[in-house]
Design a protein around this ligand. Structure first.
Ligand code: Z5A
Length: 268
């Protein structure tokens, strides 16, 4: 599909790509939904999506990955399967949306491979770098939020949310030390790429976290501050729910009305 591999135009000639990263129960799904609602209220078309998953074939790979079937093949094989899911997600959801002018808010992305399979799984960083470059093919986040909180707080939130009859998935069942290693890994990624990453204190209440995220979106993606609220604003639309686990993923929206190129700064 040669057209899909053309380089993305710079902002604002496409939608912005925002990712949310962090440990289990940090609030990524919650904040993705809240951010999409804020954008839509300002007449900016936005979808939320997730990884692993986000396209029909990638959702199949998600089931396999979270079931633990790939675990015995080792972290390197897991990284490759996460990458395979990501390629399909980019080709069928992310890139088409960005090219149509839709903002894409993604719950986990390539930093999760760096943290889980890299820092914790011990996969060679050189291998992961090549894998990431090949997989992303130029589709890199404009802005990444690292939702930071102590591992035990996130795990307690996830446990409180879990339906009584469901079990933990392949990653939730890892020891506390695993989740603390992940936390340090995400903070290291943010420290290494401050132009892309913003660390947000995820122990604050949902509203405060949402405000911190919105402030950063406005200051980093809108040169003139918060975009004007539209007269005919739209709020959140459809969502899907995975059995036993809260999940929200929206249908793609049609392309938005063109926005003034002077109201955004170019990040790409
Ligand atoms: N993985 C990988 O290894 N390599 C990769 O490349 C990728 C992923 C992409 C996917 O799990 C797993 O795949 C993940 C990493 C691995 N493993 N783990 N663990 P997932 O998608 O099923 O789970 P998750 O990404 O960890 O999401 P989560 O558990 O759903 O957490 P969350 O999205 O960050 O949180 P939430 O759903 O928004 O909120 C959790 C609960 O806390 C919920 O009841 C909320 O109402 C509540 N909440 C949210 N915010 C707050 C605040 N501020 N205060 C209090 N309570 C709150």
């Amino acid at each position: 599909m040669p057209a899909a591999q053309a380089p993305l135009p710079p902002l604002p000639h496409r939608g912005a790509f925002i990712t949310l990263e962090g440990g289990e129960g940090a609030g990524k799904t919650t904040q993705a939904r809240r951010l999409a609602e804020k954008l839509r209220a300002r007449a900016i078309t936005a979808i939320t999506t997730r990884e692993p998953g986000g396209s029909p074939r990638a959702e199949v790979l998600r089931e396999i990955l979270l079931s633990g079937l790939i675990k015995d093949l080792g972290a390197k094989a897991e990284a490759i399967v996460f990458a395979a899911a990501r390629i399909d997600h980019i080709d069928h959801t992310i890139r088409p949306a960005l090219l149509a002018g839709t903002w894409v808010i993604c719950d986990r992305f390539a930093d999760s491979t760096r943290a889980y399979q890299g820092s914790f799984g011990g996969v060679d960083p050189g291998f992961l770098e090549v894998l990431e470059r090949t997989t992303l093919d130029g589709v890199r986040p404009d802005l990444t939020f690292v939702l930071d909180l102590p591992a035990e707080v996130g795990l307690a939130r996830a446990a409180a949310r879990r339906a009584p009859e469901t079990t933990t998935d392949r990653f939730e069942s890892e020891a506390l030390g695993f989740h603390e290693t992940l936390r340090r890994s995400y903070l290291a990624i943010a420290a290494a790429e401050p132009e892309r990453c913003v660390v947000v204190d995820a122990t604050a209440d949902e509203g405060e976290v949402a405000e911190a995220i919105w402030d950063a979106v406005c200051s980093r993606l809108f040169a003139e501050g918060a975009p004007r609220k539209a007269e005919n604003s739209r709020e959140s639309s459809g969502s899907t729910r995975k059995p036993g686990k809260k999940r929200e993923q929206d249908e793609a929206h049609p392309a938005p009305a063109p926005r003034s190129t002077s109201s955004s700064k170019t990040l790409a």
